[in-house]
Write a protein that binds this ligand. Structure first.
Ligand code: FAD
Length: 542
């Protein structure tokens, strides 16, 4: 693992070989030949050409970063279109902006969403596989959403887009063998509570190829090849037992004194204070998965990031479970928004089942008749007021599509992409905003979905999930029972085909390596530390 691994190496060799065997008559080589070297296999159906940041998206982003369009070329085509609002970015934020505009602006207001990927959704996209004739779906990025307080703003929004039953029903167990409780999301790790979870320790811990420590929490890390102090500290953390003299109060609301204090220290320091952990324990066992799997490790994240979630989403059902997940993650939410915006955009009814089962009508997305147009494969390279920003009545938006540059005019614009893109494309951004943006950092993330014909190999080992700590690809995986939205089979057992999702965050070695010393309060993450060979799952790579 000291050798750099490219995205193609990983997607191509490790996974595609196994995936292809499941996916029909094409060999791995034939499947790879359909894609460019960078992009790799994209699954089947309408998300096939949009598996994360493809080579095309990456190159368009790098052209912006490298100032290829500075100064603007002369051969810009005037599209002759004038909008009330142009929205840059067709992720959930941009789509929701278009929907709010459509619902609240004067009748007949015209808007346009410009999105650089071949399909809308941003992080909220999915991969689809065909395994033995069965369609399997898994999330690319954004996975879970939360139940909301009844009548809250978000609950009403969910309802308004067709999410009438936000609490989902999940697959039931099938087969003669004893049931294994399964997680609903990649993050639940319910196996920890049922003795069906394993930790894998490999060469880094003196074991070749490696050894399992089963039921690690209840068996108190018995047999783990680690020092006694590491064991004691880690167990405290795993069991949520604070050090005795450390009273800890959770923040009650965002901005209270506790949350402000937490936001002034790193998550690593907080773990060290609250659970009495050494820095070594945090960096060896809690990174980069903990801290929400945000890419950066606890050394870089604000301690408040651990609690922001519970502060923002306090609602839970009777079972204390707030997190919900569609088979393809929040893809379904993006599709519901698009369907609410333009009923012709997706066939069938405006319901969870409707948008899950039916296909996108791509021609309808950018139709001049559409209440809000969505233009795909369009990378915005410049957003600039026409004249003095304080007085200008219009903004020029220039985008690249199929190798040509186009200009549209608008009375307002919403930039719903990442700040790392916005700071390049918004030409008359006030200096205060520009310097604020300079304080934001991003880290790479690769999601890999692996379709397997069955998961009996895990069931037979007594595992529904596991975690590993060796700097190998990914850190954890989980067998999930899927929500019943018309996509998945009603039942699941060890012989069911499933998709295992790997979230690969430690691509620059470790997110807490000394070359990545990013924190909110100090230091920076030089872009040179990001491996060129990986694309960014979030937003657009620049
Ligand atoms: C790996 C990962 C997992 C996540 N998991 C969850 C989760 O489980 N639950 C959750 O709620 N949130 C999750 N998130 C956060 C998630 O990203 C947000 O909830 C939400 O999807 C973000 O939507 P967005 O529209 O703001 O941004 P994005 O989804 O990033 O969409 C922005 C879109 O704008 C496009 N764009 C950017 N610049 C341009 C340009 N110049 N021209 C044209 N298009 C452009 C981008 O390519 C992208 O498609 C996750 C994020 C990541 C990275």
């Amino acid at each position: 693992m000291q050798t750099p691994v490219t995205r193609r190496d990983f997607l191509g060799s490790a996974l595609l070989a196994s995936g292809a065997a499941l996916l029909g008559p094409l060999t791995p080589e034939q499947l790879l030949a359909q894609q460019d070297d960078f992009t790799g296999y994209g699954g089947v159906s309408e998300y096939n050409p949009s598996n994360g940041n493809t080579l095309r998206v990456l190159q368009a982003g790098h052209q912006i970063r490298d100032s290829v369009y500075d100064p603007l070329p002369k051969d810009i085509i005037e599209a002759g279109e004038i909008y009330d609002c142009v929205i840059v970015g067709g992720g959930i934020s941009g789509l929701a902006a278009a929907l709010f505009l459509h619902r609240r602006a004067r009748p007949g207001a015209k808007s346009l969403v410009l999105e650089n990927h071949p399909i809308f959704g941003g992080e909220a996209k999915q991969n689809e596989f065909l395994v033995d004739g069965q369609r399997l779906v898994a999330h690319q990025g954004s996975a879970i959403y939360q139940l909301q307080e009844p009548r809250s703003f978000l609950a009403q929004f969910y309802d308004s887009i067709g999410m009438k039953t936000p609490k989902l029903t999940y697959q039931k167990w099938t087969g003669p063998e004893p049931e294994m409780p399964l997680s609903r999301t990649p993050y639940d790790a319910v196996g920890m509570d049922h003795g069906q979870y394993g930790f894998w320790f490999g060469a880094k811990f003196g074991h070749k190829p490696g050894m399992w420590v089963m039921d690690p929490v209840r068996k108190k890390l018995e047999g783990a090849p680690i020092s006694a102090s590491n064991r004691a500290e880690w167990l405290r953390w795993l069991m949520g037992t604070p050090v005795e003299d450390k009273k800890f109060e959770h923040p009650k609301f965002e901005g209270d004194a506790i949350s402000r204090y937490l936001d002034s220290i790193t998550l690593e320091r907080h773990y060290m204070e609250r659970f009495g952990l050494s820095q070594e324990t945090v960096r060896t066992f809690l990174s980069p998965v903990e801290g929400g799997g945000s890419g950066l490790g606890p050394d870089a994240l604000s301690a408040y990031s651990e609690y922001a979630y519970e502060t923002l989403h306090p609602s839970a059902d009777e079972a204390g479970e707030t997190d919900q997940m569609f088979p393809g993650g929040n893809t379904t939410i993006a599709r519901l928004i698009v369907k609410s915006l333009n009923t012709l955009a997706i066939d069938g009814p405006n319901s969870i089942e409707g948008v899950s089962r039916n296909y996108v009508n791509f021609a309808a997305l950018d139709s001049s008749e559409a209440p809000a147009r969505i233009r795909l494969g369009a990378t915005v390279i410049s957003v600039q007021h026409d004249g003095d920003p304080a007085k200008a009545s219009s903004v020029s938006i220039i985008y690249e599509k199929d190798g040509k540059l186009y200009r549209v005019k608008t009375h307002s614009a919403v930039i719903a992409g990442g700040s790392w893109t916005a700071k390049h494309i918004v030409k008359d951004l006030p200096e205060t905003h520009r310097s604020a943006y300079a304080g934001f950092y991003r880290s790479p993330c690769l999601m890999a979905n692996v379709a397997v014909r069955n998961w009996r190999f895990l069931y037979n080992m007594g595992l529904s999930g596991c975690r590993w700590f060796d700097g190998l690809i990914g850190n954890y995986m989980e067998v999930r029972k899927l929500a019943l939205t018309g996509q998945a089979a009603a039942t699941i057992g060890p012989d069911s085909p499933i998709v295992l999702s790997l979230k690969i965050l430690n691509m620059s070695g470790s997110s807490v390596s000394s070359s990545v010393t990013c924190s909110r309060t100090q230091a920076s993450m030089p872009s040179a530390t990001l491996p060129e060979s990986f694309s960014i799952a979030g937003g657009m790579p620049i």
